[in-house]
Unconditional design. Structure first.
Length: 235
């Protein structure tokens, strides 16, 4: 089912540029990508290495925030990468992290919009899970107004946390994509205790996401489920 409704669109391309400053005998590089702030360091998405860049509060970023940024590296050609200096050059977009929540009956009646599918974001794919967060790049039709999305936890089966995405979108002719980020730890109280106890026995867990999908070929709206990702157990 995943292959039927996944729309692969490239939002950003990996950028790594090298240059040499002969006067200072240094080589500089820069990387455009997603980073998670950890104190005065940033951690590139899907990697374990942290780069010390200094206090980022002047950019409005705090510990745990995720952002699309340009991070530059300056390497001394004599002393090598061990003494590299890192800094944030550009903040393109702060990615808001949402809680996993259960909608009221009234709101549920409004969050009934189907999506076109999911699309590839940068070099990360369309859906992935990492450092306790669920990432999902949703593609949809809109009239240009802001959409609203909600991620609910429907429970857990063995090592898999089952999630459902719902949307409130004003349909239109414009096709857009939005990268969504959810804190998986906020789903803990939404899981039945016996299922949670079993989930806690796993060091690594999976997520699955179900959403309403517009099947243009058959002119229908159906439920589609994808694998959201695999990550270290955040519970």
């Amino acid at each position: 089912m995943k292959n039927l409704f996944t729309i692969f669109i490239s939002v950003f391309a990996l950028c790594c540029v090298f240059s040499c400053d002969e006067a200072n005998d240094t080589t500089s590089t820069y990387y455009d990508g997603l980073f998670t702030v950890y104190g005065e360091s940033v951690i590139p998405e899907m990697h374990d290495t942290a780069f010390v860049v200094g206090d980022l509060s002047y950019l409005g970023l705090q510990k745990g925030d995720k952002a699309l940024m340009r991070v530059s590296c300056f390497i001394d050609n004599v002393y090598g990468p061990k003494y590299a200096r890192w800094q944030v050059d550009k903040l393109y977009e702060k990615i808001e992290k949402h809680a996993i929540t259960k909608l009221s009956a009234q709101d549920s009646a409004e969050y009934v919009s189907p999506v076109l599918g999911i699309g590839g974001y940068y070099t990360y794919g369309a859906a992935w899970a990492w450092l306790g967060t669920q990432m999902l790049n949703v593609v949809y039709n809109t009239d240009g107004s802001a959409p609203a999305f909600n991620l609910d936890a429907e429970g857990a089966v063995n090592d898999t946390l089952k999630l459902r995405l719902t949307a409130k979108i004003t349909d239109g002719e414009e096709t857009a994509a939005k990268l969504l980020c959810y804190d998986l730890t906020t789903a803990r109280n939404m899981i039945e205790q016996s299922a949670l106890n079993r989930l806690l026995t796993y060091d690594t867990i999976y997520t699955s996401i179900t959403m309403q999908y517009r099947d243009a070929v058959n002119d229908s709206i159906i439920d589609a489920t994808i694998i959201g990702g695999k990550l270290a157990n955040p519970f």
